[in-house]
Design a protein around this ligand. Structure first.
Ligand code: CMP
Length: 140
């Protein structure tokens, strides 16, 4: 297995409940290393651009409203098979379908307020990481 990097976002429902440390502990316990991290308030334009792939979906507008409703923590995770590993630690998008012990099963409020985002492929991980971090801001 290769060492990969993936983009993770701790979403506004989780920062509002002060869960950043608890989510980070689950990521670290799962074998991932947080090699870059920052807390920010996304602008509407940033949220729309980040989720542009979903712009025809009925939930797009609400998703962008939610993602700009409070601070997010964007982070680069590194480790063996990091893209798939992070998705395993997060659990399914819909928390009612997520496995026990996952971030979304434990903390998500709904399919929209689902506490965490993770890149869905290595190719998208590179694009999403570059969206938020310069190469010098990532320290492995
Ligand atoms: P995320 O992994 O950030 O990628 C896209 C997001 O859209 C997803 O998590 C959910 O928060 C949201 N999403 C996906 N499907 C739905 C849906 N059916 N209804 C509302 N929000 C959704």
């Amino acid at each position: 297995m290769a060492i990969e990097r993936t983009l993770s976002i701790i979403k506004p429902d989780a920062t509002r409940r002060n869960l950043t440390g608890k989510v980070n502990a689950m990521l670290e316990a799962g074998g991932l290393r947080i090699v870059a991290q920052k807390r920010l308030l996304l602008t509407r334009a940033q949220a729309e651009s980040f989720y542009a792939v979903h712009k025809e979906r009925p939930f797009f507008d609400d998703l962008c409203t939610f993602m700009t409703s409070g601070p997010v923590v964007v982070q680069v995770l590194e480790g063996e098979n990091a893209v798939a590993k992070n998705r395993e630690i997060m659990g399914a998008t819909d928390p009612s379908k997520a496995a026990e012990g996952t971030i979304r099963k434990t903390y998500a409020e709904s399919i929209e307020s689902n506490s965490a985002h993770g890149s869905d492929s290595l190719e998208n991980a590179a694009i999403e990481i570059a969206y938020f971090f310069s190469a010098t801001a990532i320290v492995g």
